[in-house]
Design a protein around this ligand. Structure first.
Ligand code: FES
Ligand SMILES: [Fe+2]
Length: 390
């Protein structure tokens, strides 16, 4: 009943936004238990569409990058038709891991197992199994590399390890057609920072979706985008989104609050005065600015450990323009500072919630979208209210 009330709260500016204080948070074990974490890997990370890499990271035929989700290792590779495939990184002969270098190029346009030299095409087809004859149940055509599903949205490559995943357009419904003015496929990575953090992956999503913490934690961010301007404008499927208003005309999130670059592609109108915050459950945070796009890629490495890769995307003309260097630098500095402020409180929350004295907390009305996020998680895990008792 309570949840129903909360679900209807995503209203546009001006329409009343019910503030409900006191919804309960998850119990501490959801951030610390190995059992719950394993369940999340199986029922969420190995089932949902998850972000894997930017298409621009493997620009040429044969280029590949490895992606790991706990026990599942994948090779994401560009094939001879210029399509991107995701193969499970294991040989069909006796299961050996095929490739160990994190990134590279299959220059012979084949993938060869280091053990007995079974060789596969970039389309996953077994081309050669030395000295082996077909027969007795062995057919080369039945020994293709196992494959995961791939979807390219605006240059962001998503994969799903499920046999029959829900269509990407359903899981990510709120994204379809949104942000097309940015033409994100045409943007390029101008900067990347890898953060290794001691906290649960969900704390990063929670932190991203509320600005209750902004006045205290982010004094500079609060200057450029006042906390009162934060609002949620979309929640459908696994996507929750919102935006904040920029105080400075043609401003942006940089050290001096000024734009780092001209508006991206066709961005215009009210989008010139907004920073969007969209979390793509479970492992990506997308933050389109008028002049660049910031995004985070979260990889869980256990209940209390993650890698969080942060990328700054700019238009290639800006990246190539020497005069734009300072603008990019300022955007990087601003977000690196803001990120570190966030990571600090997330890591402290990880420590605090491990105490036996921690009992379920209370969300403020400004955090009730976090309650929706928790519901999404519980639905995916098949857990009910009774699983949440302290
Ligand atoms: S395990 Fe790969 S060729 Fe033998
Ligand atoms: Fe923050």
């Amino acid at each position: 009943m309570l949840h129903k009330k909360v679900k209807n709260k995503f209203t546009k500016r001006g329409v009343d936004y019910p503030i409900i204080d006191g919804l309960r948070t998850l119990p501490g074990r959801y951030y610390h238990s190995r059992k719950i974490y394993d369940e999340e890997i199986e029922k969420i990370f190995c089932k949902f569409w998850i972000y894997a890499l930017r298409a621009e990271e493997i620009p040429s035929v044969g280029d590949y990058k490895l992606v790991q989700i706990e026990d599942e290792h994948l090779i994401i590779v560009r094939n001879e038709q210029n399509e991107i495939n995701a193969f499970f990184n294991l040989c069909r002969h006796r299961g050996t891991q095929l490739c160990t270098e994190e990134k590279g190029t299959f220059s012979k346009k084949t993938i060869q197992c280091p053990y007995h030299a079974w060789t596969y095409g970039l389309d996953g087809k077994l081309l050669a199994a030395p000295l082996m004859k077909e027969g007795n149940g062995f057919l080369k055509s039945e020994c293709r590399l196992h494959q995961a599903h791939v979807n390219n949205w605006e240059g962001f490559i998503f994969i799903s390890l499920a046999h029959n995943p829900e269509p990407f357009e359903i899981q990510m419904e709120a994204l379809i057609g949104k942000f097309s003015d940015w033409n994100m496929a045409s943007l390029r990575i101008a900067h990347h920072i890898r953060y290794e953090l001691k906290c649960n992956w969900k704390l990063i999503l929670q932190n991203y979706q509320e600005c209750y913490h902004c006045p205290g934690v982010h004094p500079l961010l609060s200057q450029w985008t006042p906390v009162q301007s934060a609002q949620h404008d979309y929640s459908k499927g696994a996507v929750i989104g919102g935006f904040m208003d920029l105080v400075n005309e043609r401003g942006s999130m940089t050290m001096d609050g000024k734009a780092a670059a001209p508006p991206v592609c066709n961005v215009s109108g009210e989008d010139l005065q907004r920073i969007y915050y969209y979390s793509l459950f479970p492992n990506m945070l997308l933050t389109p600015h008028p002049d660049f796009v910031l995004f985070h890629h979260i990889q869980p490495l256990g209940p209390g450990k993650i890698i969080n890769d942060c990328y700054w995307l700019f238009h290639p003309d800006v990246i190539e323009n020497k005069n734009a260097k300072n603008g990019i630098k300022s955007a990087v500095q601003f977000w690196d500072l803001t990120n570190q402020q966030d990571w600090q409180v997330c890591e402290q929350m990880q420590i605090g919630t491990k105490s036996k004295r921690f009992t379920r907390g209370y969300y403020s009305g400004r955090e009730d979208v976090l309650y929706s996020l928790d519901q999404e998680l519980l639905k995916a895990l098949g857990h009910t209210e009774s699983d949440l008792e302290d």
